[in-house]
Design a protein around this ligand. Sequence first.
Ligand code: AQP
Length: 328
Amino acid sequence: MSVIFSGIQPSGNLTLGNYLGALRNFSKVQEGNECYYCVVNQHAITVPQDPKLLHERTRALAAIYIASGLDPEQSTLFVQSEVPEHAMLGWIMTTLSYVGELERMTQYKDKASKRGDSIPAGLLTYPPLMAADILLYQTNFVPVGDDQKQHLEITRDLAQRFNRLYGDVFTIPEIYLGQDGTRVMSLQEPTKKMSKSDDNTTATIYLLDTPKDIEKKIKRAQTDSENSVHYDREKKPGISNLIEILSAVTDQTHEQVEQAYAGKGYGAFKKDVADAVIAVLEPIQQRYEELLKHPDLDDILDKGSAKAHAKASETYEKAVHAMGLYRK
Ligand code: AQP
């Protein structure tokens, strides 16, 4: 049995990228493992959030976790800010981090570059908080999208640094990447990651988009003029992205998709991509609507916080004792 941990920020409406890169793998690995899935609302506040929206999205994200297949009997679902050890160990990890290594993080550079002279310090110290999230549960595997590789590397570095200085407290975690959909790209700028905070809403498929919207967005997705369904990330990023999406939602290889559309144009291909995405998202949307109104959702999160807290506090105590950060 392995320990699995992952989280998603309630920082906007979830995208097909979040689903294919992370969420759907959460439920794939839950059987037979000890899983912790967290709504990382403290990460979300590393950029300004509207309080009312943040509150609503926190609960909504938990409902999406369950709607997309997480079984709260098997997995522990909880909200980050309800387990104070995340912020407490996050501070310790910050003290072990070097400014230079934090400044080298691609996500920091991307997000900081959009903030002018007022770069929130939390954007810089995001990775040590993420390290704390993962290390508190003695995690073996972290299912995330490809964009989180660098953050996983620094988590491993920080865990190793701590263990070297203070003794073996933390398990060194490994990334768990799925096959396809590990980096779903923007439909309008297919060399850029699809992202919930993209201002261009036509570039992004949201999990709660209507079938009509999904169809429209995929129909208008940027491609090329060759009219040939062929996978080549460098030369044909738009079509390759759509092939990857179709492969991921229908469990086919790129070659199978290419063969199925040999000699057919982009119109028929895009229609099938849209239908396949709708077929995956529609049942999730239905379950989500039911769950959101259900009082069980809060019970699940209350129980999840208590369970997560029990494990997190055990690790935290070990860490502070190892460091001499205690009185008696
Ligand atoms: N486009 C993507 N393709 C595959 N996986 C993706 N993930 C995000 N975008 C894609 C994965 O989703 C998980 C949740 O990520 P997050 O909420 O921590 O934020 P993020 O990685 O910064 O995702 P976004 O959607 O781009 O959010 P914003 O716009 O708020 O920054 C992670 O496992 C991530 O790899």
